[in-house]
Design a protein around this ligand. Structure first.
Ligand code: NDP
Length: 296
């Protein structure tokens, strides 16, 4: 039995960041345009702090302006909305990302919906969700966009005749990736916690995207021989001998014996998220400046 090709998201993301850096250099040289990304971090969640630091490093490495706004956990909802409005009006800022989750009692939805849809590089505004569902240009969520790039690299841009299953229906991952697969002409099944006989649904799929947040839930026997498996899950579990380790939603050791290609966790989908955020920021900057968008 042949083993799956391991999809190297780390290398793919590094390559994409390199392309973005070259695009930024060209925008500066040809149009005097430096794309700018503003990241808002509320509170001191250690995981969020790491994400924000990585975003800052990779944004500046790509030659873009990075603006960081750290606010205490007790900031009021109104003050946070005020900050978003200031960033909406700031012409140096082409992309705005509010790091989620927000500490309680802040409510996320009004904040994500206050971001100017044209600066919404996280793709969480309902206008961008509507644009995606309607097949119109917009700014779309970063992790699903990264997944699609990996799928396209394996199977090409036209997924006509392919059956895809998406496990999970969040606004952040499951719903947008299902829309993107549909746009690419795949026949898409959206599964979730109320779906009957998930293994049977999965076994029909040529493309499996798992985004549930349950360690090793998808077993090898659920995977059709020759399928492409994209594991979005990031789950921290106890490690033998103490400490923790990160695993995905797919049991990699089993699935790799049936899949044609599979993303590992870590090192698969994860690194794609910031790279596609940078790409979204370049797209947003070009549209705001009326400059032709570079192709990926
Ligand atoms: P959510 O918790 O928002 O959504 C989880 C989804 O999984 C829900 O739709 C839920 O169904 C479904 N689900 C839960 N249990 C089951 C089950 N037993 N069978 C079938 N479906 C189930 O998660 P996210 O979409 O935000 O994230 C999913 C995973 O992806 C997490 O591990 C997260 O850490 C990871 N992630 C990784 C990113 C990256 O950069 N690589 C970025 C974002 C997320 P229902 O709606 O019915 O409750």
């Amino acid at each position: 039995m042949s083993e799956a090709a391991i999809i190297d998201g780390k290398a793919f993301a590094a390559n994409l960041r390199g392309k973005v850096a070259r695009q930024v250099a060209a925008l500066k040289a040809d149009h005097g345009l430096t794309p700018g990304l503003a990241v808002v971090l509320v509170g001191a969640d250690p995981a969020s702090e790491i994400y924000v630091r990585n975003k800052h490093t990779q944004t500046t490495e790509a030659g873009m302006n990075s603006f960081e706004f750290k606010r205490p956990a007790d900031i009021t909802q109104d003050a946070l909305l005020g900050l978003v409005r200031e960033l909406n009006a700031d012409s140096r800022v082409h992309g705005i990302l509010v790091q989620l989750p927000l500490p309680k009692p802040l409510v996320e939805q009004p904040v994500t919906q206050a971001i100017d849809p044209d600066k919404d590089v996280d793709g969480l505004h309902v206008i961008n969700a509507g644009r995606l569902a309607s097949g119109l240009p917009g700014l779309f969520p970063c992790t699903p966009s990264g997944c699609m790039m990996l799928i396209e690299d394996q199977l090409g841009a036209d997924l006509s005749g392919k059956r895809a299953i998406v496990l999970g229906r969040s606004n952040l991952v499951g719903k947008p990736i299902a829309q993107m697969l549909l746009r690419a002409n795949a026949t898409v099944t959206m599964a979730h916690s109320r779906t009957d006989d998930l293994p049977a649904e999965c076994r029909r799929a040529d493309i499996v995207v798992a985004a549930v947040g349950k360690p090793d839930m998808v077993r090898g026997g659920w995977i059709k021989h020759g399928a492409v498996v994209i594991d979005v899950g990031i789950n921290r579990i106890p490690k033998d001998g103490g400490g923790t380790r990160v695993v995905g939603d797919v049991c990699f050791a089993e699935a790799k014996d049936r899949a044609a290609a599979i993303t590992p966790v870590p090192g698969g989908v994860g690194p794609m998220t910031i790279a596609t955020l940078l790409h979204n920021t370049v797209i947003a900057a070009c549209r705001q400046a009326g400059v032709e968008e570079p192709k990926v």
